[in-house]
Design a protein around this ligand. Structure first.
Ligand code: HNI
Length: 144
């Protein structure tokens, strides 16, 4: 995978600073879409009382996930080190199949494009796609 260039990182930081205030809405919609479009992802949330895509649990999980994305932006220069404990949690405790990181990343990208059509230029698109792909890779870091 191509690593993030300085230009990509600058684009990610600039876009994130515009959208961060809406990150809870982005997360809620992204998790809602993940559960709707890829219902196999529901297997990880058996402990929720209500597993429907619009449930309070799904919304809350969207907020949680986006706090991880925000942290990844902060740690963008060394995401692998910065996200180590989050990777360990997903690998050893939660045992989330890494294929699902790509699925959720895709949903986050779709929601950002819908919510910020003017800011989501092709340059921002490629930078955010690379950023989310790196994030998914870092979360998979501890699996083997
Ligand atoms: Ni994920 C918990 C971040 C993808 C299933 N997840 C977290 C937490 C963060 C987080 C932060 C809270 C950690 C803590 O309590 O210390 N998750 C992220 C990020 C991504 C991601 C940044 C990718 C962009 N997680 C996924 C995916 C799944 C997933 C794709 C499953 C489909 N995550 C979980 C589960 C928990 C979790 C399950 C435990 C929360 C709970 O409700 O029990």
């Amino acid at each position: 995978m191509t690593s993030l260039t300085k230009k990509d990182k600058d684009a990610v930081r600039a876009f994130w600073s515009k959208v961060a205030g809406k990150s809870e809405d982005i997360g809620a919609d992204a998790v809602c879409r993940m559960l709707t479009v890829y219902p196999q992802t529901k297997t990880y949330f058996d402990h929720w009382k209500d597993k429907s895509p619009n449930s309070a649990s799904a919304k809350k999980h969207g907020v949680t996930v986006m706090s991880g994305v925000a942290e990844a932006v902060v740690q963008i220069e060394d995401m692998k080190a910065g996200l180590q404990s989050l990777s360990e949690l997903h690998a050893f405790t939660l045992r989330v199949d890494p294929a699902n990181f790509k699925i959720l990343s895709h949903c986050i990208l779709v929601v950002m494009a819908i919510m910020f059509p003017n800011d989501f230029t092709p340059q921002v698109h490629v930078a955010m796609d690379k950023f989310l792909a790196s994030l998914a890779l870092c979360l998979s870091e501890k699996y083997r």
